[in-house]
Design a protein around this ligand. Structure first.
Ligand code: ZN
Length: 442
């Protein structure tokens, strides 16, 4: 690496609090944290502007890259450029929507081949648990996936079938044996109805009730308890499931939960007819539910906020007809997660330090990525320079993800990412990519 660098910030999020600091970088890692006032003797000194805060790079553990196989939806180059532009220095790629899905060692090797050399940020991988592949999980685990994803109802793509309750118990018994994390799309198929055709959001919302999440999360908790396995609920929307999760955790069940920027920003009552860019599963619910999600985050009952960046082509969003039954479900937001969550947090009086814990530290810790998610001695010097008071209006055509569809288009957000550093150097989207492919830290 180049000569020693010192990054000086009057405001930084370090060790769960905001303070002034001088970050000493050597060999891509944080070698020391000095007082801001100590004269820096380094070859290169970077001084943040007065309106900037230094954050650890964000860690987004829920990203659908879709390459290989559906690269026209999203690919490693475009997704990781979006990540870098949004202050995200590590993403973890979901095992489905690419073809083949990451359910075998051979498929994982194809993923790594597809990603190699074209990632602007670091990339880890989830394996997939599907009917009949329990025997593949140990090899995937040994090769460094960060855990396994499964569905408890139709995933939306035929090559990634869901697990029935008995298959789920079998898979979780194996992940428990391995000590691996099982992350679960928790909606109960029997509680989900047919979505009515048409442009009314209410028809889609009615087809995926709160009870679908609550029932499936009950199964996740019961199965984690019975197997002793480690479970994680992805993209929680229904706040009614929070008490059951809280009770399970209090009783020692190893279960964590995430929610997503769109559930914290939007609410069903303001979704316009035909706004299929907001179709996602589980759905965005009412304003009272959104308030309850914020309370659960602040109260520690929800651990983290990750994007569930799940793009597709513009045509598949069916913006021509606005028919919610026909549109693909998924929201692309990798580049916007921080300003979206911060915009809403700020209005609610939630401090930036909480946002950083939810979007960086907590996901890194839960998936076992040592050296990520914090500004600390020994950690990778992955940094985000954030201007929390700068407001700007989203132009979807300027976002880096592949298909310029965004429910945030035209919205004014507060907070902008001015620079993102990966292992001690600012990411330059005009230069060659420097991201690495990550394996689980043993
Ligand atoms: Zn997802």
């Amino acid at each position: 690496m180049a000569a020693e660098t010192v990054v000086r910030a009057r405001r930084a999020i370090v060790g769960g609090e905001e303070r002034a600091v001088a970050v000493v970088v050597e060999g891509g890692r944080i070698a020391a944290l000095e007082s801001y006032d100590v004269p820096a003797g380094a070859a290169a000194v970077v001084e943040l502007a007065a309106d900037e805060v230094l954050l650890p790079g964000l860690v987004d553990t829920h990203v659908h890259v879709n390459e290989p196989g559906r690269t026209e939806w999203e690919g490693f180059a475009s997704a990781t450029r979006a990540a870098a532009a949004g202050g995200v220095t590590t993403i973890v790629d979901m095992p489905l929507n690419s073809i083949p899905p990451t359910t075998t060692l051979a498929a994982l090797e194809l993923k790594r081949e597809a990603a190699a050399g074209q990632t602007w940020v670091d990339v880890g991988f989830w394996g997939g648990a599907v009917p009949g592949n329990t025997g593949d999980l140990a090899a995937l685990h040994a090769d460094g996936v960060l855990g396994f994803k499964c569905f408890l109802l139709d995933s939306g793509v035929e090559e990634f079938p869901h697990l029935a309750a008995d298959d789920f118990a079998e898979a979780m018994a194996e992940t428990a044996r391995l000590g691996a994390l099982m992350i679960v799309h928790a909606e109960d198929g029997e509680a989900v109805g047919e979505c009515a055709h048409g442009a009314a959001y209410s028809g889609f919302l009615a087809s995926r009730p709160d009870a679908a999440e609550e029932r499936a999360i009950g199964l996740v908790v019961d199965t984690a308890r019975a197997t002793g396995g480690r479970a994680h609920v992805v993209h929680l929307s229904a706040s009614g499931a929070v008490p059951a999760l809280r009770q399970a955790r209090a009783a020692g069940v190893d279960v964590s939960v995430e929610t997503c920027p769109h559930y914290l920003f939007f609410e069903a009552g303001s979704i316009a007819d035909g706004a299929t860019e907001l179709k996602c599963c589980p759905p965005i619910r009412d304003a009272g539910n959104r308030d309850a999600l914020w309370s659960a985050l602040s109260g520690g009952d929800i651990d983290m906020v990750v994007s569930d960046h799940s793009p597709c082509t513009a045509a598949l969003k069916r913006q021509d007809t606005g028919d919610f039954a026909d549109a693909w479900g998924g929201i692309a937001s990798l580049q916007l997660g921080l300003p979206v969550v911060w915009t809403a947090a700020r209005e609610r009086g939630v401090p930036l330090v909480d946002v950083v814990r939810w979007m960086s530290t907590a996901p890194a810790r839960r998936v076992g990525l040592a050296g990520k998610g914090e500004i600390a001695v020994g950690a990778d010097a992955d940094l985000c320079v954030f201007a929390p008071d700068a407001s700007w209006t989203v132009d979807a055509t300027l976002l880096h993800h592949k298909n310029p569809v965004s429910p945030y288009a035209g919205r004014t957000l507060t907070g902008t990412v001015r620079a993102t550093w990966l292992r001690g150097a600012p990411i330059d989207l005009a230069a060659a990519p420097t991201g690495r492919l990550l394996r689980r830290t043993p």
